[in-house]
Unconditional design. Structure first.
Length: 280
């Protein structure tokens, strides 16, 4: 099978590597609006060739959109306009509700499978692509009842060969739950990085004293704004909801410290430890 990856950064590049390694695709065409990314992806042998969208679509069965959500909302309708029944389109965007609303009435809607791999790192660009990024991770497939049976079957087969678990949701559920378990982690990490940079004027001290705990908490702040601002924008209402609760929890802890109520603080931390039963 020939597959086209539109967007050859971390996720698209890692998918390209895995598709070839697992024998799912025998040829990968890369498409990217950034010529430097395309050139680098070829140098790193992430893709077999670079091309434009039209040429790549004419030669591919599977087309994967791995670009920021803003760009995806612009590109997806025109791609659906040009495909045939032999094509299967999959996106890997981090928000789903607006994407699904956009294509809901399109005549070729059935050829599209909305997907989100719950995998990644804080790095971006072709250099960030790594093999086996998706192994034992979860792939969320959304609104699958609106995808053609053969298109869904192909994507489910690909996901299985990538050694991923599948979870099925609708777009609204997806955006709600990813705000709670993914998006809030990133916005908190950005805020923590800004806090430390504001308060700690000596950068050398940050480097010298930062322990594993700090590094693991703030590592997401290295993530690209090109990717994350569109995510916050398109999942704004859910992110604001969880952010409001997060701020409330921080304010409670602040008040307990001000009141020197360490017994209640102890109980709060004990309560938070319950997460260990879920995340083992």
């Amino acid at each position: 099978m020939i597959a086209t990856i539109i967007g050859v950064g971390l996720i698209g590049g890692s998918l390209a590597l895995s598709l070839k390694e697992k024998g799912i695709a025998n040829w990968i065409i890369g498409v990217d609006f950034n010529e430097a990314n395309l050139k680098r992806a070829q140098e790193l042998k992430i893709i077999d060739e670079a091309s434009n969208i039209e040429d790549a679509m004419n030669r591919s069965q599977l087309i994967i959109l791995a670009i920021p959500v803003d760009a995806m909302l612009k590109a997806l309708p025109s791609i659906l306009d040009k495909i045939t029944k032999s094509h299967v389109i999959m996106d890997v965007g981090s928000t789903k509700e607006q994407i699904l609303e956009l294509v809901s009435g399109h005549p070729q809607r059935g050829r599209f499978v909305a997907a989100h791999p719950m995998a990644g790192t804080e790095y971006s660009g072709p250099e960030a692509a790594i093999p086996n990024l998706f192994a034992q991770k979860t792939m969320v497939l959304c609104d699958v009842k609106n995808s053609d049976e053969d298109a869904l079957e192909l994507i489910e087969t690909v996901v299985d060969q990538l050694s991923m678990r599948i979870v099925y949701m609708n777009g609204t559920e997806h955006d709600l739950h990813t705000a709670y378990v993914s998006h809030i982690s990133h916005i908190t990490s950005f805020a923590l990085a800004l806090t430390v940079l504001k308060k700690e004027k000596e950068q050398g001290r940050i480097f010298e004293l930062a322990s594993g705990g700090f590094e693991s908490t703030v590592r997401l702040a290295k993530s690209s704004p090109d990717m994350w601002v569109p995510i916050f924008k398109h999942n704004r209402h859910n992110v604001l909801d969880v952010l409001e609760e997060h701020i409330k929890q921080l304010e409670q802890m602040k008040q307990l410290l001000q009141d020197e109520d360490y017994d209640t603080f102890y109980k709060l931390i004990q309560k938070s430890n319950k997460i260990r039963k879920i995340l083992k």
